[in-house]
Design a protein around this ligand. Sequence first.
Ligand code: DC
Length: 232
Amino acid sequence: MLKRNPLSVKKLLITIDGPAGAGKSTVSRALADRLGYRYVDTGALYRGVAYIASHRGIAPQDDAGLSGLLEGLTLNFVPGDSGQRLTANGEDITDAIRTPEISMLASAVSARAAVRAFLLRIQRELGQQKAAVFEGRDMGTVVFPEADVKFYLNASTQVRAQRRFAEVKAKSDVSIEAIERDMQRRDLQDSSRALAPLKAAPDAVMIDSTELTIDQVVERILAHVRAVLEPA
Ligand code: DC
């Protein structure tokens, strides 16, 4: 039986924003586990839209094509044997969305107003129950400006590229230089777009993970969360 976690009695909505490769997913998942909260990877939703668009031959700049696609699209997170799965109209696309091509396409479609509006609604619905850790680019600024605790996680470009390289080198022959170049392109695209650009909310706790382990980042975040849950 699961032990009741005293920290999770109060249902907070926690947001973690930051650039690609800063460790957001690992940290958010670990934090959600520790608190007994849900973990919501909002980047997966943008990847889902990008994946379906690429399958149907719809270019990221084709707003009419994207709007048509969104009208008939149902994205769902469903529990799986080893964590959460993402389905698009019932098809499991969890693994298919994790390619460098879909990363770049997701960044491109995420600049389009129709895509952001469509996913904003889904994300807010998912956040209604609180007791969740939401990870993305605009969680603390646009989607949940009223979140209980907000974090902005960053790390040097070199360290982010090294971490991503360590993750993918077993399954792909991509070079660390290519990863770093793609990451910089994507960061620039995500932070310079007009709509909901990547940036820290003014009230976010800033954490630079360049010289920290995942555990150290999680502990630092938990210390802030505890202070909100159990004010002195
Ligand atoms: O977190 P990720 O790398 O899976 O995200 C893929 C892309 O989706 C990212 O480059 C920008 C976009 N994105 C976004 O615009 N807003 C979010 N909240 C999450 C992701």
